[in-house]
Design a protein around this ligand. Sequence first.
Ligand code: NAD
Length: 478
Amino acid sequence: MLTLPGIFIDGVWQHGTQVLTVTNPSTEQRLAQVAGGDGEAVARAAQAAQAAFAQWSRTTGAQRAEHLRAIARGVEARRERLIELQSSNNGKPLAESAIDVDDVIATFDYYAGLAQALDAQQDQALALPSEDFVARVRREPCGVVGLIVPWNFPMVTTAWKLAPALAAGCCAVLKPSEVTPLAELELAHIIAQSGLPAGVFNLVCGTGLAVGAPLASDSRIAKVSFTGSNAVGVQVMQRAAETVKGVSLELGGKSSLLVLESADLQRAIELACGGGFFNAGQMCSATSRVLVADALYDAFVDGVLARVAAIRVGDPFAGETDMGPLVNQAQYLRVMGAIERGVQAGASVLCGGRRVERPCGYFIEPTVFADVPLDSALWREEIFGPVLCVKRVGSEAEAVALANDSEFGLVASVVTTDGQAAQRVADQLQAGLVWVNAPQVIFPQAAWGGYKQSSLGRELGPWGLSAFQEVKHVVTAV
Ligand code: NAD
């Protein structure tokens, strides 16, 4: 079997000693082996990044913009290959993988623009209440950054961190998920060939304990940007605390879709299925709680069941497929366990809940629950699979209260034809992003991140850039 080098340090590809086996979740076949690293490789990567920082941090924003655009063009040129790798390693249907790759291109192009704009913003005067002093403001890169990403949107979560980090003038050490390194490795090859100076971008594949943990601890790393589960996010934060590192966290969610009495029923049905079953529900932003106004509830449930029956689950490479498998056996077992516990807690399965009858692959039927107890794990915890819980609500106020009754607060969706109700409800929801009558569109210009235990900080937009910057004031006596 092909063994790929899983370490890229100071411009050189290397084989490490920790071998990861990468599988295709549709076929359960091994795809490749990746020779990743450990703490020793992390230390070398951090050192190379630190050495490169001396020059890279002094480049102009315009120079860095050129590099970011070169990466975007490289991704564009390898678009088909990246889509194929994403679908074979992650199991996403081709159309969903294409959305990911296009998002990566858009993100690098967007941060090229912000990098370019930085030069004119540098050294701006700060108004002081004294004529005896003048002050100027500089935005400088925070240093070498560690980027740790999950398996559900490989490349996308990487781009959301790496593009702003490079734009700010930081050097980076990236740790992809051990489950889905293949598209990330291809992206790394594109970056390596884009002309970026050696040491600015480094990569170490490996498990969380072998690579992620030392990355969070290394004293040369100024900041860790992490996307993943809450349990690991807390560990990363604890390790980072030892050297007072900056930390950005993008963690879990338990988000709601609110179908108000004034909703367009067909649109509500489409948006509910999209919010629950895109990426086989393996989304931190899945709107897995669907709160439906009493007057629409029965028709809505009938409509959702009819729509779900039409969802084609199967081979990600078949053009007609709507939903692929879960990413691996561990995730399959986790989701089946959550479904089973939901049934034991008294929830009713309206459809799905079983493995899809196929010779192989980690496929689960799109599943809809009703009568879900509000204190059950099914209602309160992130399931990260194709599972929707629908609930009848008696008023708009009840819907808002139920949506906000969560330790998470990542996103929310509102479906209504009443503009005033849309604004009223959106303003009350404790979520970082609210979609009104819209699918889960994400623009690099708009912030990503949530309230409460979903996030610490924001990605994308100018907020994503400032996450990798320090602010310096120079105050001079005149
Ligand atoms: P995970 O927390 O298991 O792993 C995430 C990354 O952390 C992986 O690269 C993993 O190897 C690494 N890691 C594991 N243990 C570590 C440790 N002790 N120290 C440092 N790094 C370690 O998450 P996952 O299963 O890969 O992804 C699913 C989770 O990610 C879900 O909870 C989901 O909600 C979350 N997620 C959040 C967002 C967001 O934007 N809020 C986006 C995507 C995924």
